[in-house]
Design a protein around this ligand. Structure first.
Ligand code: CA
Length: 224
């Protein structure tokens, strides 16, 4: 049974989600504040965190950042703030997805499934000196580990499913978040830029290819 940690101060929403997610087969652990949520996270590590942004004791963005320091667990943020800028900041700062209140529980469930699916998967892909271990979520270049954020890792795992294929921004968004984001969102470009710079810092040059106006691709196995 997958465990979900729900950090939400509104008892009505918390109660509703406990029922809905419980019916869907999840075990839900409810923390009514940021501090208690962080304590629960350590006491009983969950498979996924649902985090309300408007908490009485700590800002939700800060809670996401603190969770991310110690854990790779996926975080879905509940937000009332319908601003693109805030979402981009959240998605590049530790949250894996967001959902705007009010939302339908079925929509939240779909997002949860997308995030949990990303954590599964089995094999290993090798391209030149670059090794991507999909189940262990580790990347090595010339034997040295390349440390990536969860989203950078998912981006790289998507691209390495078909090296050489150009993935459009929409395809990448759909893989990473289960849907496409707003048209003016640059969150994919931010993650691509971060991934590219981390690969380069490890000496892995020329792996990520930008095809202007089309999308991004990983170098093919057989080419140097
Ligand atoms: Ca709240």
């Amino acid at each position: 049974m997958k465990r979900i940690l729900l950090i939400e101060d509104d008892p009505e929403i918390a109660h509703l989600l406990q029922l809905e997610l419980g019916d869907a087969g999840f075990e839900v652990d409810w923390a009514p504040g940021g501090m208690s949520g962080l304590v629960r996270l350590r006491e009983a590590p969950p498979d996924l965190v649902i985090l309300d942004l408007g908490l009485p004791d700590l800002d939700g963005g800060e809670v996401a950042r603190r969770i991310r320091v110690g854990a790779e667990v996926p975080i879905i943020v509940l937000t009332a703030a319908d601003s693109v800028e805030r979402k981009v900041t959240l998605l590049s700062g530790g949250a894996d997805d967001y959902i705007v209140k009010p939302f339908h529980p079925a929509e939240l469930l779909a997002r949860i499934q997308v995030q949990l699916r990303h954590r599964e998967g089995g094999e290993q892909v090798t391209i030149g000196e670059l090794e991507v271990h999909l189940s262990k979520r580790q990347v090595f270049y010339e034997g040295q580990e390349v440390r990536l954020s969860p989203k950078e890792f998912e981006l790289l795992s998507l691209l390495c499913t078909r090296p050489g294929k150009v993935f459009s921004r929409t395809e990448i968004e759909e893989h990473l978040w289960g849907r496409s984001l707003e048209r003016d969102s640059n969150v994919v470009d931010v993650h691509v830029a971060n991934l590219r710079s981390k690969l380069r810092e490890s000496g892995a040059y020329g792996y990520l290819r930008t095809v202007r106006g089309v999308g991004y691709a990983l170098r093919q196995r057989d080419k140097e």
